[in-house]
Write a new protein. Structure first.
Length: 272
């Protein structure tokens, strides 16, 4: 028996990294998964982004656990595509209980002259995209009348002022990660009477493809950046499973009265 038996989770950015880890971890606890990912390249992002093959691999990993997964290629900036993906997954799997607004990007190695474009991409993906994700899922959660849990992936850079890069994308990242806290708190108050809980997780650096190259391209060139990103605990980067384990608790009945919080999974960085 898993603590999420019979539940269905809608996860953005599910092709790899944290999103894949969350899908597998929740499946281990008995949940079925609706997963979406862009499976394409954003022009201001320098590292290779996810592919359809990555998303298919996540599906295979979930199915290996005897759980079901409905996967769609969708951009969180496209509200119509997200709503269609959510609707198809709900129709196939029968319900919806958990929403993980996880999709995100970083902007290490941004080419000169693209600051404005990268700032907009960051806000559109990680702030507007969160809004779009919740809007795609919320009608079903409310119509079911059985509560639910929404978790937004923020960051330590959404809880404190950090020198975490100097280009427009990095500023947009910080703006978005702070901004989703406001969305979370608004929804937590609005939805509490319906037992729909809304929280954020706020990780330190996580060892995923998104973070590859950041140290070499930005932090190493600026001692202030390197110092601001150094965890007090003796770990350079945490693993995706560390965040997934926190989420598995947060969306379960073990946390049934936990709402409106920002949950750091940060090796002590926020307290630094």
């Amino acid at each position: 028996m898993g603590k999420l038996d019979g539940k269905v989770a809608f996860i953005t950015g599910a092709a790899r990294g944290q999103g894949r880890s969350h899908a597998v971890r929740l499946a281990q606890e008995g949940a079925d998964i609706i997963g979406v990912d862009i499976c394409d390249q954003v022009g201001t992002v320098s590292y290779p982004m996810s592919s359809r093959e990555d998303l298919d691999e996540t599906v295979a990993m979930v199915e290996k656990l005897d759980r079901r997964m409905v996967a769609h290629v969708a951009d969180v900036r496209d509200s119509a595509a997200l709503k269609a993906a959510a609707a198809d997954g709900i129709a196939t799997l029968g319900r919806l209980d958990i929403v993980l607004a996880n999709a995100g990007v970083m902007f290490q190695g941004l080419a000169p002259g693209r600051d404005d474009e990268a700032f907009r991409d960051a806000v559109d993906i990680m702030l507007v995209g969160v809004w779009n994700t919740i809007q795609a899922a919320l009608p079903t959660l409310r119509e079911q009348g059985q509560g639910g849990s929404i978790v937004i992936t923020s960051s330590v850079n959404g809880l404190k002022g950090m020198v975490a890069g100097t280009n427009g994308g990095n500023f947009g990242y910080a703006a978005a990660k702070h901004g989703v806290t406001g969305i979370m708190r608004m929804y937590a108050n609005l939805l509490a009477p319906e037992s729909i809980r809304v929280n954020t997780v706020n990780p330190t650096g996580v060892d995923t493809p998104m973070l590859v190259g950041f140290s070499g391209l930005d932090a190493a060139a600026n001692p202030a950046i390197a110092a601001s990103l150094m965890n007090p605990m003796p770990v350079e980067k945490i693993q995706p499973i560390d965040v997934s384990n926190a989420i598995a608790w947060l969306v379960s009945d073990e946390a049934r009265y936990v709402t409106g919080i920002t949950l750091p999974v940060d090796a002590g960085l926020v307290n630094k």
